[in-house]
Write a protein that binds this ligand. Sequence first.
Ligand code: CAA
Length: 240
Amino acid sequence: MARTALVTGGSRGIGAAISQALKAQGCNVAATYAGNDEAAAKFTDETGIKTYKWNVGSYEDSAAGIAKVEADLGPIDIVVANAGITRDAPFHKMTPQQWQEVIDTNLTGVFNTVHPIWPGMRERKFGRVVVISSINGQKGQFAQVNYAATKAGDLGIVKSLAQEGARAGITANAICPGYIATEMVMAVPEKVRESIIGQIPAGRLGEPEEIARCVAFLASDESGFINGSTISANGAQFFV
Ligand code: CAA
């Protein structure tokens, strides 16, 4: 039976690779995006994966968008909370707005994405929740008090959801990508990026497909006993 999957931030970067990996695994996939209509249209043209536009920071928009996806594709079996932003600044320069925008998207956005889907998963006694956290939620990062707080919070979410969902056939797991070759990492000043690469024993950035592979594994029917775990994929940069 083909599973239906929702991937937030699923038309670019790591999310685009996840959407494609789940499609290759036989899922019907819906990918959300927040603003870049051109990239989303191109992604649909190239992959045949439907895209939906909403702001994961809004509960109302998320619930309405999810209802539309379920009307189009059927009940969502797999949800990948991947949408994320950075607003990097040293703490003494970080504004309340930079703090709040990151909290709204990266942390509240996970609540807003999973909460409307959760009751249906409980009823159907099957669900796969995968949250894309970050190495920087594990180790912290200069200029990322906001981002690191959300990514550490994401780990708390999955460990709690795992306990609540286990008896209903739902798993919740997190992936902590290291530095991956996406627009987000390419936006880091070159000198800083080069120094980060110097700290990665693999000697290179990761590829989005290397994260997508972890998601496809966790999202499969056969991964039912893997619950509340965190997979680190960071080229040996950091161990928990
Ligand atoms: N560790 C220690 N010191 C650092 C540092 C670090 N990692 N990064 C910068 N600094 C220092 C600089 O050397 C500089 O020091 P001096 O003043 O003594 O020269 C100082 O911090 C920079 O201060 P500024 O006031 O000039 O900083 P700024 O306001 O211009 O901000 C910055 C610059 C936002 C910190 C910029 O350097 C930056 O973007 N850094 C990268 C942060 C980062 O790694 N973000 C991760 C993005 S990728 C991601 O998030 C994906 C994921 O999940 C892995």
